[in-house]
Structures are given as structure tokens and as C-alpha cells.
Design a protein around this ligand. Structure first.
Ligand SMILES: *[C@@H]1O[C@H](CO)[C@@H](O)[C@H](O)[C@H]1NC(C)=O
Ligand SMILES: *[C@@H]1O[C@H](CO)[C@@H](O)[C@H](O)[C@H]1NC(C)=O
Ligand SMILES: *[C@@H]1O[C@H](CO)[C@@H](O)[C@H](O)[C@H]1NC(C)=O
Length: 484
């Protein structure tokens, strides 16, 4: 499978503006950040193309877009959308038709939805995420279904969600007050990629692990805890929310950011150390190495779709490490979940060699190494079968009576093969349930940073986080660069 390196390009990110045309080709997907759908039922750009001192004209932007599309990059438009506006058909219809216009005008290859951090509450009694009844939720779902149907299978829909989206929702009251995104993600699950964005502008951000333990962002544990609900499923107000396929999950790293005068030495240091933690987290999730105290517990996810950075601008101004590190990391992580030495001892039975990552076989992919691994499994199996057949023939010729070793050796050969595939089957269908230790000792890597604990509620009302998703139109500079 092809992994994706994605990035949000902060348009209007003065002074750290990056022209669309010069974004590194390492980014398979660029989410142009952003337009905001507002009360006036119009999209508003975060960039002012015509203001004095504008860093990019609309003509430059569209030319850059064309260049990128020609080079095979997927360029999507990020839309900040407030679900609370979708109370009636008029809003839905207007949103859909404005989206058609916007996408057609620029030829975007998809939409990245940035739901408002503050979600509308669900109606009383609307407790089952698989059968939502609240009007705004139903209208929201219908809008994106219509958009997806209109543009066809190659048009991609991503949802960039804050960490709180998948936490603390086993409580019916939390689900009722802030879970409105879950029925949407569930209804659209066949058509979307979820980009779970970790970290907020607050360095002390934490996530709550499935055991209710707060995990700080200063170790790889954070990313594993963040990803686990998406990859393993979780409880929503008493109902099991099914896992997403790893191929539709992407983890998004929000960098510590840049001040207007940056990058400073401190910012570089924070960037590098956070990037290292993110790398470790992704490596842990994908191949079960580099983990801290939490691991994917016997079932790594080599087919995790990929990673995203918020924002490409930060990475570009700090030397582009993200773009350099992740393309090989994602591919190697997948390749090395298979053992590097795949030679099988002549005397060994085929079943001794099946430490191969099962999902990489099932998914199939272009890695030469995996081809070699598959060959290394299949060839001995086939050889054994041939040997067995030969043996049967020889034995039958020697002793024509059926009550002899001939059938027995037949059985031995068959069961040996069957054992080999059974053991594959086991690994495919019966991953070990997670049972990790939960004593987590945060290892602070940022100077003077004090890990803090937020529940899902606290996080949503956290001022910097809600500013990020604010629907107020701010031409420039964008809010996510403010206050750093
Ligand atoms: C539909 O919803 C929008 C946004 O909430 C509101 O401004 C508008 O008045 C509503 N229209 C009707 C016909 O109810
Ligand atoms: C989708 O993309 C594939 C690969 O580029 C192409 O072969 C196919 O025709 C496209 N489908 C549509 C409906 O555009
Ligand atoms: C081959 O056999 C040797 C000796 O028994 C053992 O040390 C080695 O790990 C085996 N290699 C494989 C790939 O099974």
C-alpha cells in the first residue's frame, strides 16, 4: 500500500508563508488551510489574496495548484465548518452548492473537514451513534454524502479531528454534550480518512488512555494512546464504536509552532524533540518497536495510512525534517514488520517461518522484500507438498495395500501444510487483546514544561484550542500563529 505524508499548508501564515508551488514533493497530500463556512452561508478564505503586502496572489496560488496536481500531489481544501449551522435544509443545500463551486473553480482533489471544536449538543434521547436523530447531525451527514456522490470515488474526504473526539465518550452525558462528530464519522466511515490531530497549542496536552490514565505528550505513549481508539474501537455511551481500518487512519502532529520572530533556537529544539517523539510513536504503532510503556501489544499496524503535519510552514522554516524523515520511515516501518532474514533452514518445517506480518501479505504491496518473504514461505510449502506426493507414489508402489504408511504420510504432509497456514490464519484473525501496563511516568523532554491533565471537556473549552477552530474570519495573520 502507499502510505501518505500529508501536511496542512497555512495560507496567509504571515510571516511564515510558503508558496503552494514550493512545497516539497515529499508531501503526497497538501491540505490548503483554510476556508471557513460562516453564518452568511459563504466560504471565507484565511488568506487575503488582494491585500497590500499579500504574500501570494490568487493567480500564483492557482498556478501553484496546477503545478502540484500535475506532479501527482493531491491538493485538498480544508474547510472549517460549524455543524451547529446545519439546522435546516437551506443550510445544507447552500453548503453543498457552494462546495461544488469552490472545488470546481480550483480543481481541488478533495475536502478536509475541520469541524468546530465546539460541537452542537445531541437531542435528548439521541444516544445511539449508529442511529442519530439530531437534525444538525443528519444534515451534516447528508451534505457530505451528497458531495462525495457528486465528485465520485477519486474525490477524498478527510476529517481532521481534535484528540478529544475519541476520548471519554463512554459516558452518555459526555456523548450527549460533545459527541456529535461520532455519528458523522460512523455514517461516513466507508468514504473518509480520519486525521487525528494530536497536541494543541498547549505543550502540556495529554490524552486519556483507554484505561482512563492520562498520558502526557512527552513520550511515544501519547501517540499510541491517541491512535488506539481509532484502530481498536471504543465505547460510546454504552455502544461499541467499531475500529477504522488502519488504511483510513492518519495521525497528525501539531508542531510546537513558530513565533512571528522565529524560528528561535528554543523553537528549533522543541520542534526536534517533539518530532522525535512523534517518530517514535508512529514507529511503535506501525511496527511495535521504539515504544515507551504502551505498545500496540502484539498487533502493530503496518498499514497505518500515514502522518500529517500542522503546519507545512513550520517544517519548511525549520529545515524540512518532517518531509525528509517520514517517507522512508513509513515504508520501512511496513517493510520491517516482516523479519529481515527470511531464509528457512532446510530441515525446518514451514510453520517455523511464519513470523511474517500477516496484514502486509493480505494487503499486498509493492515492496520487494515482502515479495521475497511470500516466496520464502510458499516455495518450501510447495516443495513439501511435492515431496509428500512423491513419497506417496513411492510408498504406493512398494506396498499396494491401503492399510499402510502411505495414507499416514499423506496425512503428515497435509497437516504440516495446514499447520503452516493455520498459524498464518491465527495471526490474521486473532490478534492478542491489548493488556498493556498503565503505569506511565512522563519523561519531560521540553524544558520547564509541566504536563497537565485535561478531560475532554476541559480541552474543548481550552481557549487556544477553540481559537484554532474559531469561525471568525481573520484574513491575516491566522489565529494559529497568534500568541505563540
Ligand atoms: C437555517 O439555518 C441557518 C443557520 O442556522 C439560519 O441562519 C437560517 O435562518 C435557517 N433558515 C430557515 C429557513 O430556517
Ligand atoms: C480514479 O482514478 C483512477 C486512477 O487514477 C482512474 O483509473 C479512474 O478512472 C478514476 N475514476 C474516476 C471515476 O474518475
Ligand atoms: C536455522 O537453524 C539454526 C540452528 O538450529 C538456528 O540457529 C537458526 O536460527 C535457524 N534459522 C532460521 C531462519 O530458522
Amino acid at each position: 500500500m502507499q502510505h501518505l505524508v500529508m501536511g496542512a499548508l497555512g495560507l496567509g501564515a504571515v510571516p511564515h508563508h510558503v508558496l503552494l508551488s514550493v512545497v516539497q514533493d515529499a508531501f503526497n497530500v497538501i491540505n490548503v488551510d483554510r476556508v471557513t463556512f460562516q453564518n452568511d452561508m459563504q466560504f471565507h478564505w484565511s488568506i487575503c489574496f488582494t491585500c497590500s503586502g499579500a504574500k501570494e496572489t490568487e493567480a500564483q496560488f492557482t498556478a501553484g495548484l496546477t503545478t502540484k496536481l500535475q506532479r501527482g500531489t493531491s491538493v485538498r481544501i480544508s474547510m472549517a465548518v460549524d455543524m451547529a449551522l446545519f439546522t435546516n435544509d437551506t443550510t445544507r443545500e447552500t453548503f453543498v452548492s457552494r462546495t461544488f463551486d469552490l472545488v470546481n473553480k480550483y480543481q481541488f482533489t478533495g475536502i478536509d473537514v475541520l469541524p468546530n471544536d465546539k460541537l452542537p449538543p445531541l437531542d435528548t434521547g439521541d444516544t445511539d451513534f449508529s442511529h442519530p436523530r439530531t437534525a444538525v447531525v443528519l444534515n451534516f451527514i447528508a451534505a457530505f454524502r451528497e458531495i462525495k456522490a457528486h465528485f465520485g470515488p477519486n474525490f477524498t474526504l478527510t476529517f481532521t479531528t481534535p484528540p478529544s473526539t475519541f476520548q471519554s465518550l463512554s459516558s452518555p452525558s459526555v456523548y450527549q454534550s460533545s459527541g456529535a462528530l461520532l455519528p458523522v464519522l460512523h455514517a461516513l466511515r466507508d468514504d473518509i480518512v480520519v486525521i487525528c490531530q494530536g497536541l494543541s497549542t498547549d505543550e502540556g496536552n495529554t490524552v486519556v488512555d483507554s484505561n482512563g490514565v492520562s498520558v502526557s505528550s512527552f513520550t511515544a505513549d501519547y501517540w499510541v494512546a491517541l491512535a488506539r481508539p481509532l484502530l481498536q474501537g471504543f465505547n460510546v455511551a454504552g455502544n461499541p464504536f467499531p475500529a477504522f481500518a488502519p488504511e483510513q487512519v492518519c495521525l497528525g502532529w501539531r508542531t510546537p509552532g513558530l513565533s512571528a520572530k522565529g524560528p528561535t533556537a528554543t523553537e528549533r529544539e522543541a520542534f526536534d524533540s517533539h518530532l522525535q517523539i512523534f517518530q517514535d510513536g508512529i514507529t511503535c504503532i506501525m511496527q511495535d518497536t521504539a515504544c515507551n510503556t504502551i505498545s500496540p501489544s502484539g498487533e502493530p499496524f503496518p498499514n497505518l495510512l500515514g502522518v500529517a503535519v500542522f503546519f507545512i510552514n513550520d517544517d519548511a522554516f525549520l529545515g524540512g525534517s518532517f518531509a525528509r524523515v517520514f517517507p522512508p520511515l513509513l515504508d520501512n516501518a511496513q517493510a520491517s514488520t516482516s523479519p529481515p532474514d527470511t531464509s528457512i533452514n532446510q530441515t525446518g518445517s514451514p510453520s517455523t517461518s511464519t513470523t511474517l506480518s500477516p496484514s502486509s501479505v493480505v494487503m499486498g504491496n509493492s515492496h520487494g522484500l515482502q515479495g521475497a518473504v511470500i516466496a520464502a514461505i510458499i516455495i518450501p510449502v510447495v516443495a513439501l507438498v511435492i515431496l509428500a506426493v512423491l513419497l506417496i507414489i513411492v510408498l504406493r508402489r512398494r506396498r499396494p495395500s491401503p492399510d499402510t504408511e502411505a495414507p499416514r504420510s499423506d496425512i503428515v504432509a497435509t497437516s504440516s501444510v495446514a499447520h503452516g497456514s493455520e498459524s498464518n490464519q491465527y495471526m490474521l484473525s486473532a490478534p492478542q487483546p491489548y493488556s498493556a501496563p498503565v503505569t506511565i511516568a512522563p519523561r519531560a523532554v521540553s524544558k520547564g514544561a509541566v504536563p497537565r491533565t485535561f478531560g475532554a471537556h476541559d480541552e474543548q473549552s481550552h481557549p487556544t484550542e477553540s481559537e484554532e477552530h474559531s469561525s471568525d474570519f481573520e484574513p491575516a495573520p491566522p489565529l494559529y500563529y497568534a500568541g505563540r
